[in-house]
Design a protein around this ligand. Structure first.
Ligand code: SP5
Ligand code: ZN
Length: 354
């Protein structure tokens, strides 16, 4: 299987984050990429390439997903923050635009101070914007769109976009959960725009197997029947306010959002695979042109922030079930924080699919 990566994804490198009130090393670190690369290079079935497609107009596709004011915020936030006297290490919100604090939605967000903007465009503390963060997020997206451009839609093959920072928590105009740009959503729009045969948008399915609910991806396609969003994730865990089975979409998008919240602590390979079979049946029935997989392996038994019990061999079964859809698949890297097994777990999903 072909694997696209790029070392500019390493440029975003925050020193720490706050977990359960404690300052700890930033879990979504550049070394995640190194560990995955190392595991994939040892197996000849993976054909690695760091050649990215420079001619793809990223802004054009980003703006099909994210608000324009959010995009210009990401681009300029660090510079503006430093000009305003903010610390040179990173932009970080200190106050959030919580509904209890807002008399009304800010009408001119461009007039807000850099600190206010940080609290408007970010929903948690896990997304510091450092001097090279924006560069890294563009590199991450470029890896994903390069892989999307190489996906053969005529065959049921797979391709893996080995990227970071991840994307599925990023919403229309919000960063959070280590995510800035919603890579997989932008890839779905990119693929739809490549299929010009009919006036209607081609059907895409997004299967999200990260431990956490992809609140951003769900939000982006909530009213859109052309993108089916199916997620398996932990119930009552981060990001806490989304991901119940009652969230099924709205308007024309009613029924094209499907959530499978699973119990923390007890969910292991068998329970997980049984639910994944149900998810896959829904995707088959929808009959998309291709499947985009939000590939998180933070469901692993020893992941430092998660509480499922998936084993390393279990990931191969997961890959096999995804392969049984019989559609071309674009795998996009999301979470996974147990460095020692990260690469092998990712490799097993891809091996199972093949
Ligand atoms: C892409 C991705 O996996 N983002 C995840 C960001 C999670 N950050 C907050 C983690 C909070 C952990 N606290 C868990 C306590 C209950 N298990
Ligand atoms: Zn996750």
């Amino acid at each position: 299987m072909r694997v696209i990566y790029n070392l500019d994804c390493r440029l975003h490198d925050p020193p720490h984050e706050i977990l359960s009130g404690q300052l700890v090393d930033y879990l979504e670190s550049p070394s995640r990429l190194d560990y995955i690369l190392k595991a994939l290079t040892t197996d000849p079935i993976f054909e690695l390439s760091d050649a990215i497609e420079e001619s793809i107009d990223l802004n054009k596709y980003i703006l099909q997903v994210h608000d324009k004011d959010y995009l210009s915020y990401l681009e300029t936030a660090y510079e503006r923050w430093v000009e305003d006297g903010g610390d040179k290490s990173a932009v970080l919100p200190e106050t959030f635009a919580h509904h209890a604090l807002l008399a009304s939605k800010p009408t001119n967000p461009e007039n807000l101070s850099p600190c206010a903007k940080a609290g408007l465009y970010c929903f948690d503390l896990s997304c510091p914007i450092m001097s090279r963060t924006y560069e890294a997020t563009l590199a991450s997206l470029r890896v994903v769109l390069t892989a999307a451009s190489q996906l053969d839609l005529e065959k049921s093959n797979g391709i893996f976009a080995l990227c970071r920072p991840p994307g599925h928590h990023a919403g229309l105009s919000t960063c959070g959960g280590y995510c800035f740009l919603n890579n997989i959503s932008i890839a779905a729009r990119f693929l739809q725009s490549r299929i010009t045969s009919s006036e209607k948008r081609a059907r895409m399915a997004i299967l999200d197997i990260d431990y956490h609910h992809g609140n951003g991806t769900q939000q982006i396609f909530y009213d859109d029947p052309s993108v089916l969003y199916v997620s398996l994730h932990a119930e009552n865990d981060y990001p806490y306010f989304t991901g119940t089975a009652l969230e099924t979409g709205t308007g024309d998008g009613e029924k094209t959002t499907v959530n499978f919240p699973l119990p923390r602590r007890t969910t292991g390979d068998d329970e997980y695979c049984q639910t994944l079979e149900r998810a896959v049946a829904i995707i088959r029935e929808y009959d998309p042109v291709c499947v985009l997989v939000s590939l998180g392996v933070d469901t692993y038994m020893d992941d430092p922030i998660c509480e499922f019990k998936i084993t390393t061999p279990g990931y191969k079964r997961i890959g096999e079930i995804i392969g049984s859809i019989g559609k071309p698949a674009l795998f996009v890297m999301e979470g996974g924080y147990h460095l020692e097994t990260l690469g092998e777990n990712v490799a097993n999903v891809l091996r199972g699919f093949n």
